[in-house]
Ligand binder design. Structure first.
Ligand code: CMP
Length: 139
């Protein structure tokens, strides 16, 4: 059964373009509640750890360098059916293929600088949320 938690990161392009407020508004309007939120910056080491599952992919090095190039916002979100509903809200990984009105269609620049991350499973949502927040920081 689906849990009610997912994890997102507003990526360096979203922060650089001043889209934090607009993206969080879309997320709230879609019915998600913020359970934890942190404005921070990944080092190449921590970005590499976060995306370790993609270590064998050709885009991994560029992704790690990009994700550590500027500040990000890490957020734990709550909503019924959170993982699937959030992936619908953000749209396809490649913004050129994202459905109109989705967050990536509205705010992303490229497949790499695609504005937001969204967990792909309940298990990864828990792992990714714990990467940034202790249990005591998740309200
Ligand atoms: P995200 O959902 O955060 O998960 C992995 C990230 O790798 C993805 O978003 C993109 O930002 C990035 N990426 C870069 N190139 C590709 C690619 N060709 N296919 C999938 N993801 C890519």
């Amino acid at each position: 059964m689906a849990t009610n938690i997912t994890f997102t990161m507003l990526k360096p392009d979203a922060v650089e373009n001043n889209y934090i407020g607009a993206i969080l508004q879309k997320i709230n309007e879609a019915g998600f509640r913020v359970k934890a939120m942190k404005y921070t910056r990944l080092s190449t080491e921590t970005a590499g750890q976060f995306y370790a599952v993609h270590a064998a992919r050709p885009f991994y090095n560029d992704l790690v360098s990009y994700m550590s190039s500027g500040p990000i916002v890490a957020v734990i979100l709550e909503k019924e059916n959170a993982v699937a509903d959030f992936r619908d809200l953000i749209g396809a990984t490649d913004p050129a293929k994202a459905a109109p009105g989705t967050i990536r269609a509205l705010f992303a620049k490229s497949i790499e600088a695609n504005a937001v991350h969204g967990s792909d499973s309940d298990e990864n949502a828990a792992i990714e949320g714990s990467f940034f927040f202790s249990a005591l920081e998740q309200f």
